[in-house]
Design a protein around this ligand. Structure first.
Ligand SMILES: NNC(=O)[C@@H](O)[C@H](O)[C@H](O)COP(=O)(O)O
Ligand SMILES: [Zn+2]
Length: 426
């Protein structure tokens, strides 16, 4: 078996995905496997590229064979000794899961467990928490991307609490006033407790109470837009049209950072940090897990008590949530290389982008661990140095074994030949 293996991902048709051929997930799935027909009436939300049992990748030339079966056949060859010893596996599991997301509607207000909570949740409720892993994750914007990411700084929440009557009434005068009086002199620990008291009141209010105040607040965004400012007023109205009278209008719109990423920008979410993606196409990479603790903007199972009790309640300005790209010295030639290297071991993501010209070439020296590559734009060729090259079109996905030197060449003048490579290297 070659060290450069064409594979096929698995699509997830969650309700928030873009519909039919508007979705990059559908476009990539069909381009990589023309036998996949695109149903224009269906949402195509996520393209999974990994070994998670819920939606494992298969071989392009033998769809009955799982990528994990190949890895299990010779783990040290396909994972490398260091990765195998840190992430031992008996069934060919990769430490990371790589995805394309194409987002039409807001995803659930959610957080992911750390390792100890993941293990507890999986034992207690395996149907909602399918594995025992943590799920730190990173989003890299392919298009303009909008998301909620982490709690707003406390003074920003206080300003909204004091000036939006429905927010103040939902939280209740006692908690709102204590928050207002104490945050300026509170220690970090006390600040977290104060934030949890406000978030907890919002999240545990009855749906009827939430709906009552949500209707009034949405009306107020039209009658008194100056109270919210144009961006927040629009956001509340837009998300209310997606999830009418939902608690996410309070716990998301009024309490979480509303951030925008340009193509090529990225953000990293530690475990137990609240977030929700709102719109756009992204590459997403995470530790191999599907443990999602949800509490708003979703028809799925909501685990409010777990979410309220597990969050870290840290607050950071949006800029601090961004994952800045770094240079990647092992990439040489005519392409630009951007490395997104978050503070965890399971994964990093490399963007490789050529100019929109033919006849360009680049090399990537060996990465000492497994990786998965997807072409997202343009076309070209990809090869293990010295071996026969393979055509590379948008949606084509490859597993790359450790310590393999890759050669790339661009054959598209229309749009820039662009690839993303998720890898684990210790
Ligand atoms: N932040 N993004 C993620 O964690 C993705 O990997 C998850 O798969 C999605 O959040 C799942 O979204 P729903 O629960 O269906 O709303
Ligand atoms: Zn998430």
């Amino acid at each position: 078996m070659s060290s450069l293996i064409p594979i096929v991902g698995a699509a997830q048709n969650y309700a928030w995905g873009k519909y039919g051929s508007k979705s990059a997930v559908a476009q990539f799935s069909h381009s990589n496997d023309p036998s996949v027909s695109i149903d224009e009436t269906k949402p195509y939300a996520e393209l999974w590229m990994g070994t998670h049992a819920k939606a494992p990748a298969t071989l392009k030339d033998n769809r009955k064979k799982l990528l994990s079966d190949v890895i299990a056949s010779d783990p040290s060859k396909y994972l490398g000794s260091k990765v195998l010893s840190q992430y031992p596996t008996t069934n060919g599991g990769l430490p990371f899961l790589f995805k394309v997301l194409s987002i039409n509607k807001v995803l659930s207000i959610q957080a992911h467990p750390d390792k100890s909570l993941g293990a507890k949740l999986h034992v207690a409720d395996p149907s909602h928490y399918p594995d025992s892993n943590h799920k730190p994750e990173m989003a890299v914007a392919i298009t303009d991307f909008e998301a909620f990411c982490g709690f707003k700084p406390l003074p920003e929440i206080d300003v909204l609490l004091q000036k939006i009557p429905e927010f103040y009434q939902l939280v209740g005068a006692e908690v709102a006033q204590t928050f207002h009086d104490k945050i300026s002199s509170a220690s970090r620990e006390d600040g977290r407790r104060l934030l949890q008291s406000v978030f907890g009141k919002v999240m545990t209010a009855s749906p009827e109470t939430v709906a009552k105040y949500a209707k009034k607040m949405v009306a107020r965004t039209k009658s008194q837009p100056e109270l919210f400012g144009p961006v927040l007023a629009d956001l509340i109205q837009r998300l209310n049209s997606q999830f009418p009278d939902d608690v996410g209008l309070f716990c998301g719109c009024l309490m979480l950072n509303h951030c925008f990423l340009n193509p090529g920008e990225a953000m990293f979410l530690h475990a137990k940090e609240p977030h929700a993606y709102i719109s756009g196409n992204i590459m997403e990479c995470m530790a191999t897990s599907d443990n999602v603790i949800r509490a708003g903007f979703t028809p799925k199972f909501k685990d409010v008590d777990t979410l309220v009790s597990c969050l870290t309640y840290t607050t950071n300005p949006v800029e601090e949530q961004k994952q800045k790209p770094e240079d990647f010295a092992r990439g040489t030639g005519d392409a630009k290389f951007a490395l997104y290297n978050p503070p965890i071991d399971e994964f990093s993501v490399l963007q490789v982008k050529f100019e929109a010209r033919t006849g360009l070439s680049a090399h990537i020296a060996g990465i000492h661990g497994p990786s998965i590559v997807i072409v997202t734009d343009g076309s070209g060729e990809i090869a293990v140095k010295g071996e026969k090259s393979q055509k590379a079109e948008p949606g084509y996905i490859y597993f790359v074994a450790p310590d393999v030197e890759l050669s790339l060449s661009s054959s598209s003048s229309g749009s820039p030949f662009t690839l993303y490579r998720a890898f684990c290297e210790l």
